[in-house]
Write a protein that binds this ligand. Sequence first.
Ligand code: ATP
Length: 346
Amino acid sequence: MANVTLRNVRKAYPNGFEAIKGVDVDVADGQFCVLVGPSGCGKSTLLRMVAGLETITSGEIDIGGRVVNQVEPADRDIAMVFQNYALYPHMSVFNNMAYGLRNRGMKEAEIKTRVEEAARVLELGTMLTRKPGQLSGGQRQRVAMGRAIVRQPKVFLFDEPLSNLDAKLRIAMRVEIRKLQRRLNVTSIYVTHDQLEAMTLADVLVVMNGGQVEQIGNPLAIYEKPATTFVASFIGAPPMNLMSTRADEIKSQLGSAGDAGILGIRPEDFVITDQTPAGGVALSLTVEAIERVGAETFVYGARAQDEQRVAATPGELPPGEVIVRIPGTEAPAIGARIRVAAIRNK
Ligand code: ATP
C-alpha cells in the first residue's frame, strides 16, 4: 500500500520566503492526485518535497506508512516524470529506460524483461533502438514515462509533463497517462497549472494558491461547489460569473435585505429568456462580444452601471461583465439588449 500523506507541511526557502504555508493532503493507495494552481503557488515546491529534492522545513511527509522527511530521494520508492523529459540524447530508447536500473546494479536479464514490458505497454516496442532525436514529442514523453515505469515505484510524481507538447498531443497524452495509471494502479501526484488537465485527470484535486490549499476534493464536487471565490474563478473556462449580492438588480431579486455576499453563476447555467424563473436570478445585459467555438457560443454582456463586482481574482472577468455559454452557433447581435436568467442553487 502506498498512500501519501502530507501533514502540516511547510517550506521556507533559505532567503526566508515561505513557499508552502502548512499543507495537509491525503492521497489513498492507487489514487491520482492533481496539484493545480497559478504560477508561483508552490505546487512544484510541494512535489519536489515529496520527491526528496527539496528539504521540508516542518511537518511530515509519509509514503506508504513511513515518514520520509529524512529519507534520500533514491530510497523513497518514487519515480518522477519531468516536463523536459530529461532523456539522454546519445543513448537508445532501450538504454534510456534501462539507465536507472543499471545504476542500481540490476541484472541485465531482469532489465531486459522490465524494459520490454514497459515498451509493450507504451507501444514503443519497435523504437527501442532509436535515439530520442529520432522520436516525436509524444514518443519522447512515453520514453520518459517508460523510465518511471521500469522502476516499479510505489508512487509516480509528474511535474507538468505535457507542457512542452502542442494542444492536440497534450490531450492525447493526457488520456494516455490516465489509462496507463488506471492499468498500473500506482498512486500518482501530478502538477499542472492547466485547470482542464487537472479536472480530467484527478481523483483528488488540490487547488493551491499562495502556498496554501484553497480546496481539496473530487473535481466535479469542486466545480459544483467552489469553497472560495479564488477556486470559483480558477476552475472552469470560461470562468464563473461572480457578482456582489449588494448590486441593486440582484439584491431586489434575492429579497433578503442585507444579504451581502457573492453570487456565483457558471456561464452554462444562464439561459437567454425574458422570463424570470421561480427562485432564479435574471439580469439585463448589453451584448459586447460573441465567440463561436463550434458546438457552443460564448456571449459577453455588460451589466448596468450601478452594479458592483467583487474584487478581481486571477482569471476573473472585468467588472460588470457576464459570460453566458449557449449551445450551438445562434447568438444575439452585438449591441443587443438581452435578458438572461439562472436558477439559484441548482
Ligand atoms: P510554476 O507553475 O510557475 O512552476 P509553482 O506553483 O510550481 O509555479 P514553485 O516553483 O513551487 O511554484 O514556487 C513557489 C514560490 O517559491 C514562488 O514564489 C517562487 O518564486 C518561490 N521559490 C521557488 N524556488 C525558490 C528558491 N530556491 N528560493 C526562493 N524562493 C523560491
